[in-house]
Design a protein around this ligand. Structure first.
Ligand SMILES: NC(=O)c1ccc[n+]([C@@H]2O[C@H](COP(=O)([O-])OP(=O)(O)OC[C@H]3O[C@@H](n4cnc5c(N)ncnc54)[C@H](OP(=O)(O)O)[C@@H]3O)[C@@H](O)[C@H]2O)c1
Length: 285
């Protein structure tokens, strides 16, 4: 009995120590122990790059020395962000104007825009919710149209964009694909049913892809943010729970090479851990 008890305690102490080490490496040591992102290739492609998390990733990647392809639906906004990046970071930019809700027809346009570029990093960021507030599935305005739009934008875009850049990455033996999922994908979310279902698709696709291609030098990282202050979250006030998009992108990019599935920043990781404990306690009580 004593041996079983002792083994159990040692096992859990070691498990806790391992988790602490992984957390320390992912969110604290990564501040100084960073992968040089330029080693993946010259260009980074970011979808949904004119605002919020996508724009923040684009700027941070440019700051770290990559040229940027911005993909979004509004030409004016694309030009503004492109000028900002060129002026502030001295990097080259290219813009591709497409609306991801349009579905399969846009990908030949994207493929043409990417032709001839050495794409080292793809950030599949674009995403939308179907309502400004929480709503039951049938209460979503214009449900028939919205369902197709959200599936095209949040789900279809991820494997389609991946298909365009992955073959060349494999040929060069290196590449990084970052897919932005969400913490709402951890469990089913009533009142956000379709949105959360699209995000678990992103998570599972990322994890499967990472397992399939890591031996070929490809890293697929799934990033699951909690609350980031953007248009999607009605630009809520930044505090210790809600990150600004720029702080989030900077911390999340530090985790590359340390984790293939991450909350992106310490604050969000701690909130997820706290929520998991609460759920376990509720289930037990
Ligand atoms: N914010 C959060 O708290 C949070 C948390 C978890 C996960 N996420 C995920 O993070 C990603 C980015 O979210 P965000 O909060 O940064 O969103 P956001 O503020 O709404 O920005 C979305 C970006 O995507 C572009 N975009 C939207 N729909 C598009 C379309 N149909 N075609 C082309 N471009 C389109 C927008 O361009 P326009 O300016 O033209 O609209 C904008 O540049 C999403 O996948 C979201 O699910 C966000």
């Amino acid at each position: 009995m004593a041996i079983i008890g002792g083994t159990w305690v040692v096992f859990h102490v070691l498990k806790l120590a391992w988790r602490c080490w992984c957390g320390l490496r992912e969110f604290v040591l990564s501040e100084v122990w960073q992968v040089d992102l330029r080693t993946y290739g010259q260009w980074a492609v970011v979808t949904g790059a004119t605002y919020g998390i996508g724009k923040a990733y684009a700027c941070e990647l440019a700051r770290r020395g990559l040229d940027i392809v911005l993909v979004s639906r509004s030409d004016d906004k694309l030009q503004t962000v492109a000028k900002e990046i060129e002026g502030q970071y001295g990097r080259k930019t290219r813009t591709i104007r497409v609306d991801f809700t349009d579905g399969p027809s846009i990908y030949p346009v994207v493929a043409e825009g990417l032709q001839g570029l050495e794409i080292g990093i793809l950030v599949n960021n674009v995403g939308m919710t179907y309502s400004d507030s929480f709503a039951c599935f049938l209460e979503v305005p214009n449900a028939e149209q919205k369902i197709t739009q959200i599936v095209n934008c949040n789900m279809l875009s991820v494997p389609q964009m991946t298909r365009l850049v992955l073959p060349d990455m494999i040929k060069r033996g290196t590449g990084l694909i970052i897919n932005i999922s969400s913490e709402v994908a951890i469990r089913p979310q009533p009142l956000l049913s379709l949105y959360s279902a699209t995000k678990i698709f992103v998570t599972y696709f990322s994890q499967g892809l990472h397992a399939e291609y890591k031996s070929k030098g490809i890293t697929v990282q799934c990033v699951c943010p909690f609350m980031v202050s953007t248009n999607m979250t009605l630009n809520m006030k930044v505090n210790c729970f809600v990150k600004s998009s720029s702080a989030f992108a900077r911390e999340a990019l530090n985790t590359v090479g340390h984790s293939s599935y991450t909350s992106g920043c310490l604050s969000h990781a701690l909130q997820v851990r706290g929520m998991a404990e609460t759920v376990i306690t509720c289930k037990l009580s």
